[in-house]
Ligand binder design. Structure first.
Ligand code: 5GP
Length: 203
């Protein structure tokens, strides 16, 4: 059925399991894509330019901001991250559903810009578990981990204005909930009504 592509915006404090959840649903739904962001952060071991992020220098990032090339951008944990207008425009023109894994500041900017976006917040089970996951990940310094935990409370406070909250204490259940949100949003009457009218020649 033909319908406009949906933009799913997913936020969470780092360590809540958002990246893994996003990867899983993208593997499951072959017609769902991940929007690749730009960042000034250094690539972590195993991360690939163009797949995980477009890794750019601060000067290039600033140039893109000034040229209005981002639909949203924000400074998160000391680095800049942004979603390119061109990336979203490409998916929208092809009616492809897309997931944006972005922080609350960026999500807020998008909330103000379009009405059709679906805002999903992933919650970790507790601060204790958040720290355990960040320590286990072993990809950030102790200082960065402290900063991420300090920022978590402010981020969790933002969850109140999202459309859905998924509690990731149990990964399989959280994944089922995320899949359900995606499937339900795809069936919403206001998204499919035009297509139904065309298919069944309703005037
Ligand atoms: P990480 O460095 O762990 O990959 O990401 C740190 C944070 O930046 C995460 O909360 C992630 O969702 C957010 N982030 C990633 N890409 C973007 C983006 O394009 N825009 C915004 N606003 N945040 C982003």
């Amino acid at each position: 059925m033909k319908r406009e592509g949906i933009v799913f915006i997913i936020s969470a404090p780092s360590g809540a399991g958002k990246t893994t959840l996003c990867k899983e649903v993208i593997d499951i739904f072959h017609d769902l894509r991940h929007s690749v962001s730009y960042t000034t952060r250094q690539a972590r071991p195993g991360e690939v330019h163009g797949r995980d992020y477009f890794f750019v220098g601060q000067e290039e990032f600033r140039r893109m901001v000034e040229a209005g090339e981002f639909v949203e951008w924000a400074e998160v944990h000391g680095n800049c991250y942004g979603t390119a207008l061109a990336t979203l425009a490409e998916y929208r023109s092809r009616n492809i559903d897309v997931i944006l894994d972005i922080d609350c500041q960026g999500a807020r900017q998008l909330k103000e810009q379009f009405t059709g976006g679906v805002f999903i917040f992933i919650l970790p089970p507790s601060y204790h578990e958040l720290r355990r996951r960040l320590d286990k990940r072993n990809s950030d310094s102790e200082e960065v981990i402290e900063m991420r935990i300090e920022n978590a409370a402010a981020e969790i406070r933002e969850s109140r204005w999202y459309n859905y909250i998924i509690f990731n204490d149990d990964f399989s259940r959280a994944l089922e909930e995320l899949k359900s949100v995606i499937m339900a949003e795809r069936c919403r009457t206001d998204r499919v009504l035009d297509a139904v009218g065309e298919m069944f020649e309703l005037s």
